[in-house]
Ligand binder design. Structure first.
Ligand code: PAF
Length: 280
């Protein structure tokens, strides 16, 4: 597997090769969710750049940034089956932030106004800044993102259109553990007790999707909180938002598409999940 630390080296490598490049941006501590992106990207492109960069500007709290898990060696081992196609890119700050390490300011309208945008001020500006830099530096044909960060995915589609970057954004379904917990690098930070409790998040979303409380969001919210907080977990938010504009609703309308969006704390570790609701 080729490893580069700068986008300059990547560009030099591709200069004389007319090959299609896929990009899988990550913050490392790779798991099967990332691998599903890598696998799809390898099937659809000649080469795939996997970037591993823990982007400081998208973290709201220093402690969250400092405790973010990282293990470059085991990341490489996981990617080994695809080593012929993969370029492992581990930039330092200078490669992505030529000046100060600070976010640019963007306007994504309602897409980033609620849920993560509301509870993590500045988060999406940080993500957009680094994704824009990655797209400009690597110039991929396609880039791959997981639906667990559904709001991020919609924001990146919007960013790509606003900046006319012409990258095909490929969305990939959430990969879950056998017990339903959405895969996340942050799961590594859970204590055994928290890890045991965490599957209740997805289980409750599934129950709610079947229950006939479905049209009343405040009832659903109460049910979610009651089920989840029986365990050592604390709900930060529960929203039902329309898929198109990501604006939360209080009542569901017939034949419209909605998603649940939730954030839950297990101690200091923050877990998010989302599923699409069956239509009412
Ligand atoms: O989803 C992530 O891991 C990050 O937000 C991303 C897209 C790699 C940007 O830092």
């Amino acid at each position: 597997m080729l490893t580069f630390k700068t986008s300059k080296e990547i560009r030099a490598y591709f200069k004389s090769r007319s090959k299609s490049i896929g990009l899988v941006p990550t913050m490392g501590a790779l798991h099967s969710g990332h691998l599903s992106l890598a696998k799809k990207a390898c099937a659809e492109n000649d080469y795939v750049v996997i970037s591993v960069y823990v982007n400081p500007t998208q973290f709201n709290h220093k402690i969250d940034l400092e405790s973010y898990p990282s293990n470059i060696n085991s990341d490489k081992v996981l990617l080994d089956p695809y080593s012929d196609q993969i370029i492992f890119y581990t930039p330092d700050h200078k490669d992505l932030y030529p000046g100060k390490i600070q976010s640019k300011s963007y306007n994504f309208g309602s897409i980033t106004a609620h849920m993560e945008g509301l509870f993590r001020p500045g988060h999406f500006d940080g993500v957009a800044t680094v994704v824009e830099a990655l797209f400009k530096n690597i110039q991929p044909k396609k880039a791959y993102f997981g639906e667990k960060d559904f709001q991020q995915l919609q924001m990146i589609k919007n960013l790509n259109a606003q900046k006319k970057m012409n990258v095909t954004i490929v969305s990939c379904p959430i990969v879950r553990e056998n017990d339903g917990l959405a895969m996340s690098s942050r799961n590594l930070l859970l204590s055994p007790e928290q890890r045991k409790a965490a599957p209740v998040i997805y289980a409750t979303l599934q129950t709610l999707n079947k229950k006939n409380l479905k049209s009343d969001v405040s009832l659903m919210n109460r049910f979610f909180k009651k089920q989840v907080e029986q365990h050592c977990l604390k709900v930060e938010y529960f929203f039902v938002a329309s898929i198109n504009d990501l604006i939360p609703v209080s009542k569901l309308e017939l034949n419209k598409k909605y998603r649940f969006f939730v954030a839950v704390f297990a101690g200091k570790t923050r877990l998010i999940d989302t599923i699409e609701l069956d239509r009412i």
